[in-house]
Design a protein around this ligand. Structure first.
Ligand SMILES: [Zn+2]
Length: 332
C-alpha cells in the first residue's frame, strides 16, 4: 500500500477508526467501584449465597445471625454469591419478591451497608436485567448487582465474575428451563472478552489481597460438584495471577477446599436458605478442609498481614476458621 488516493485514504482512515473502536469495545474495562476501608486500613465483610425465599427455609434465621456478626465485626459491606431470588429470579424490576426476599429480611442495622451481588443460574431464569436495574437501588439503596465488576478497597481488590454463561448445560437443557440470555450472545465471545478483561485487571492489580467471586464453584464436593468449564477456562487465569481466594455459592453448603497447584483457597458460601443436607459427593479428596451441609454464611476480616475467615451455622456458631498470613506465605 505504497500509495493511497484521497478517497481510499479516507476509507482506510475510517476503517482504522471503526476497527480500533471495535477492539476497544471488545475489551472494555470492567466497571470499577471504590469502597473506602476502615480508618486503620482493615476491611471486614460477610459472604452469603443462594438465599431469596421470602424468609423461608431459615433464610430469616440466617439473616438474624448475619446481623449479629455484622455488628460485632463492624462490617464494611456484604457480598452475595448469587441465586439471589428463587425459584426463577425476578419477573421484572417491579417484582415484589425483591422487597419480600431482600429488604424485609436483612433488616439488622449492621446489614444496611452496600451489598455487592452477582447473578446465579436461578437469576438467569427470570428477567436477569431486572436485578441490574438502577430502579432497584431506588427501592433499596444497599442493593448493587452487575454481571462482572470490580470493588477496589485499597487493601483488597474483589473481582466479580458472571459465571452462569460458562456452563454449557444451561444452553442445552432449555426445554426444562428458560434462561434470559439477552446481552450474552454469542456466549463464546462474551466469555472470551470477560476472561481477557479479568486477566488484564488482575495483572494490573497491586492490592495486597486479590479475591475473585463467582456464583459457580470451581471445586466443590456438594451436589453440583466441580464446574469443569471454570476449571479449564477461569482457573488458569486465577493461578497465573496469584489470587488468594475464590468465593462462590451454587452448592447449598459451606466448604473450604485447597487448590492442589497453587495457594488459592476455594470457599463456598451458598447456604443462605434451603440447604441440601446429606447431598455430598462420596470422595476421599485430600484437598477438602471443611464441608458443612446446613445453613449459614461466612465472614472475612482482612489486614495488611492476615485474613481471618469464619464459617457460621444458622445459630451463629463458628464451625470453621481459616487464618491466612501474607508474611508466612511470602516466606514459604
Ligand atoms: Zn445456582
Amino acid at each position: 500500500m505504497a500509495y493511497l488516493s484521497g478517497n481510499s485514504f479516507f476509507v482506510y482512515f475510517l476503517f482504522t477508526i471503526i476497527f480500533g473502536l471495535g477492539i476497544l469495545h471488545a475489551s472494555a474495562e470492567l466497571q470499577r467501584f471504590t469502597h473506602t476501608p476502615k480508618s486503620d486500613g482493615s476491611l471486614s465483610f460477610l459472604v452469603l449465597g443462594d438465599w431469596g425465599r421470602r424468609g423461608e427455609y431459615n433464610q430469616s434465621e440466617v439473616a438474624f445471625q448475619m446481623g449479629e456478626v455484622g455488628e460485632k465485626l463492624d462490617i464494611d459491606f456484604v457480598i452475595s454469591t448469587g441465586d439471589n431470588f428463587y425459584d426463577d429470579g425476578l419477573t421484572s424490576e417491579h417484582d415484589p419478591n425483591f422487597e419480600e426476599s431482600f429488604s424485609k429480611i436483612y433488616t439488622a442495622k449492621s446489614l444496611q451497608k452496600q451489598w455487592y451481588s452477582v447473578l446465579g443460574n436461578h437469576d438467569y431464569r427470570g428477567d436477569a436485567e431486572a436485578q441490574l436495574s438502577p430502579f432497584l437501588r431506588q427501592i433499596d439503596s444497599k442493593w448493587l448487582c452487575l454481571r462482572s465488576f470490580i470493588v477496589d478497597s485499597e487493601l483488597a481488590e474483589i473481582f466479580f465474575v458472571d459465571t452462569t454463561p460458562f456452563v454449557q448445560e444451561y444452553f442445552t437443557e432449555s426445554e426444562e428451563h428458560n434462561y434470559d440470555w439477552k446481552g450474552i450472545y454469542p456466549p463464546k465471545t462474551y466469555i472470551s472478552n470477560l476472561l481477557k478483561d479479568l486477566d488484564m485487571a488482575l495483572r494490573e492489580s497491586t492490592a495486597k489481597w486479590k479475591i475473585v467471586v463467582g456464583h459457580h464453584a470451581i471445586k466443590s464436593i456438594g451436589h453440583h460438584g466441580d464446574t469443569q468449564e471454570l476449571i479449564s477456562q477461569l482457573l488458569p487465569i486465577l493461578q497465573a495471577n496469584n489470587i488468594d481466594f475464590y468465593m462462590n455459592g451454587h452448592d447449598h453448603c459451606l466448604e473450604h477446599i485447597n487448590d492442589t497447584k497453587s495457594p488459592i483457597q476455594f470457599l463456598t458460601s451458598g447456604a443462605g436458605s434451603k440447604a441440601w443436607r446429606g447431598d455430598i459427593e462420596e470422595t476421599n479428596r485430600k484437598d477438602v478442609n471443611f464441608f458443612y451441609d446446613g445453613q449459614g454464611f461466612m465472614s472475612v476480616q482482612l489486614t495488611q498481614t492476615d485474613a481471618i475467615i469464619l464459617f457460621y451455622d444458622v445459630f451463629g456458631k463458628v464451625l470453621h476458621r481459616i487464618i491466612s498470613s501474607k508474611e508466612l506465605r511470602s516466606s514459604m
